[in-house]
Ligand binder design. Structure first.
Ligand SMILES: Cc1nc2c(=O)[nH]c(=O)nc-2n(C[C@H](O)[C@H](O)[C@H](O)CO)c1C
Length: 153
């Protein structure tokens, strides 16, 4: 089994290194990293990780900035991710941390690390332990900020 990790130089936190550290804690799998300049370059990196490097799942990590143009770029990248997933029939877990989600730089670092680690765990579960995800269905999981929990009447 091989997990691909695509990440960007635009990000202000080394999300790729964090993802690799977390994957190694939970699975003995091969890992291939592919760094690109920005989020719009991620979909083809993810597709190449799948088709040329034999990855069974990809974590695609990016940090959109706070400007409107950055959010447009992020939306375009998301659409690229969906197309790449459908073209390859393979999961690409998009992990985007928007700069303006955080109140300050300290929280941005915390959020990027937390969301990346939790989605790295999700990727391992999707690939190797799908029953673990099934057990979490409908439980209001969130990656980064606190889980919101299930709604019960
Ligand atoms: C405006 C802009 N904003 C972002 C961003 O918020 N986050 C990011 O990772 N990359 C951004 N980029 C760069 C593009 O994603 C891409 O790297 C370039 O257009 C080169 O293909 C651009 C051009």
């Amino acid at each position: 089994m091989k997990i691909g990790v695509a990440d960007t130089t635009f990000a202000r936190v080394d999300m790729g290194a964090i993802a690799i550290d977390e994957i190694k804690k939970h699975a003995s799998v091969k890992i291939k990293r592919y760094v690109v300049p920005g989020v719009k370059d991620l979909p083809v990196a993810a597709k190449k990780l799948i088709e040329e490097h034999g990855c069974d799942i990809v974590l695609s990590l990016g940090m959109p900035g706070a400007q409107v143009i950055d959010k447009t770029c992020a939306h375009e990248a998301s659409q690229g991710h969906i197309i790449a997933q459908l073209m390859t029939n393979t999961h690409i877990i998009e992990v985007f941390v928007y700069e303006d989600e955080a109140e300050d730089e300290k929280q941005l670092v915390w959020l990027a690390e937390q969301r990346t680690r939790e989605h790295a765990q999700n990727a391992v579960k999707l690939l190797l332990y799908p029953k673990k995800l099934e057990a979490e269905a409908g439980t209001g999981q969130r990656q980064g900020f606190e889980d919101v929990g299930a709604v019960k009447l």
